[in-house]
Ligand binder design. Structure first.
Ligand SMILES: [Zn+2]
Length: 465
């Protein structure tokens, strides 16, 4: 795990410099000009080296439904999603491989998989996802998606008396599954982390949140959740708690420096202050928020309030891809229309910092990864600046963020191990993955969701449509 990258372009304060980078025992040991070569010598000429990004929120098995779900808002979209969710671990394995590959080839070295569990096969589902990520070599947080209320409970009831069927598994049984998962799979030294991830206030009781807080404290694990993704959830929080969802999560103690929250579209100014005070991280999923009509998260406000922000692709059926560079681009320039003062806008350098350091911080790993700093683990991505989409030569980071980079990732290292070389993933055969994805699927355009039919009239009424 020793190597030396020679003559590679690095970003420094508003400029670039060509240097050598020495990696020793998986860590960044030296950055300077004319360093002695230790281990393998790697030619970095005309290449840009950046810290790896974090794909800070996704759901890998949604890959099986990318491009097909109807144009629905989240609540109906979820109903369709779950009616057709894959129920075999073979597919979960393949979509985790696919998610890892697409993340790596768009600049990511870490993925947070808010993993949908197959009922009755929960531990097996986690096991195959872990296997896939270890096989590829990407750093992975497995955040099993848990809830203890049935899907209908996620829609506000309004004036009507609505009762929901019980969720099929008890809160206690779910927490037991989580403890078993932690025991079996949480191995930071191998790059696999388990996180506690109740899906959100819309489908989880306080008992489930509290149980997750206890497990996260007991094992020092990260906490994750969806938060205030839609207007319906904002309404629901008032119905359930008589206050905002952020105020409630703060009251029960869910928010802290190890907590990352996906979406955060509908927050009040007071909510934003709470996130800043508790040092919680917002995971920005701009493409999903657009696709589902959820809204534009007030990211400029978060940044001004000192809230840490990172980027996520969100699951591939609300995106409908896993291209981290695309999420970073849209998630950066989207906000220019929300604030006339261009001095508040996110610059390409800000975007890179949010995607790398911001991502690491949200996972409580800022001391270990997220920047090219001596002593940090070598989670690195090297971009080929001679790629057609990065030419002609202008500002490499400007073009990487604002352009439409295609096939630009030359090499990727995670924990000092090279897992992409010459643009090719090393540890799996991507050609074989391509064939398997083809064989396990078919073209289709006509399918009807039973649950959408059940929910739609009530949803339209409650939302005033
Ligand atoms: Zn999500």
């Amino acid at each position: 795990m020793n190597f030396t990258i020679q003559n590679v372009l690095l970003a420094v304060e508003d400029d670039y410099t060509t240097q050598d980078v020495q990696i020793k025992d998986g860590k960044i040991a030296a950055i300077s000009k004319g360093l002695d070569i230790i281990g393998e010598a790697i030619d970095g000429t005309n290449k840009l080296l950046l810290p790896g990004f974090v794909n800070a929120h996704t759901h890998s098995s949604e890959m099986w439904q990318r491009g097909i779900i109807s144009m629905y808002p989240l609540e109906l979209w979820l109903a369709e999603l779950y009616d057709f969710a894959p129920l075999d671990t073979e597919r979960v394995y393949l979509s985790a491989l696919g998610t890892a590959v697409e993340t790596l080839l768009s600049g990511g070295t870490t993925v947070v998989d808010h993993l949908v569990l197959i009922p009755q096969k929960e531990i097996e589902t986690i096991a195959v996802a872990v296997e896939a990520y270890q096989k590829v070599g990407i750093r992975a947080f497995i955040a099993p998606l848990i809830q203890d209320q049935s899907l209908g409970a996620g829609i506000p009831s309004g004036e009507s008396e609505v009762t929901h069927e019980d969720y099929f598994r008890s809160t206690q049984a779910t927490l037991e599954i989580m403890e078993e998962a932690i025991d079996k799979f949480h191995k930071p030294q191998d790059g696999i982390y388990v996180a506690l991830a109740p899906t959100g206030i819309q489908l989880c009781s306080d008992a489930l949140f509290t149980g997750c807080i206890e497990l996260s404290d007991k094992y020092n694990l990260c906490r994750h959740s969806h938060l205030l993704e839609t207007k319906a959830q904002e309404k629901l929080a008032q119905e359930k708690y008589g206050c905002t969802a952020v105020e409630h999560l703060d009251k029960i103690g869910y928010l802290n420096y190890r907590t990352s929250l996906a979406h955060c579209v509908h927050l009040t100014d007071n909510d934003i202050n709470i996130l800043a005070e508790t040092q919680s991280t917002v995971v920005h999923n701009p493409l999903s928020n657009l696709r589902l009509g959820s809204g534009i998260a007030p990211i400029l406000k978060y940044r001004q309030a000192g809230v840490n922000v990172s980027f996520g692709c969100d699951g591939a059926s609300s995106n409908d891809s896993q291209d981290l560079l695309e999420a970073i681009k849209i998630g950066s320039i989207l906000h220019n229309v929300t604030d006339l003062d261009y001095q508040h806008w996110i610059t390409p350098q800000n975007s890179i910092e949010m995607a790398s350091h911001g991502g690491a911080k949200g996972l409580n790993l800022a001391e270990e990864i997220g920047s090219l700093t001596l002593g940090k683990k070598a989670d690195l991505v090297m971009y080929d600046l001679t790629s057609l989409s990065l030419l002609p030569r202008t500002d490499p980071i400007g073009l990487l963020v604002l352009g439409r980079p295609k096939n630009v990732v030359d090499s990727v290292w995670v924990n000092g191990k090279q897992i992409v070389a010459d643009g090719q993933v090393k540890n799996i055969k991507v050609e074989q993955l391509r064939q398997e994805l083809f064989q396990h699927s078919q073209w289709q355009t006509k399918r009807k969701s039973k649950t959408v039919k059940e929910f739609e009239a009530h949803y339209r009424k409650i939302m005033g449509l």
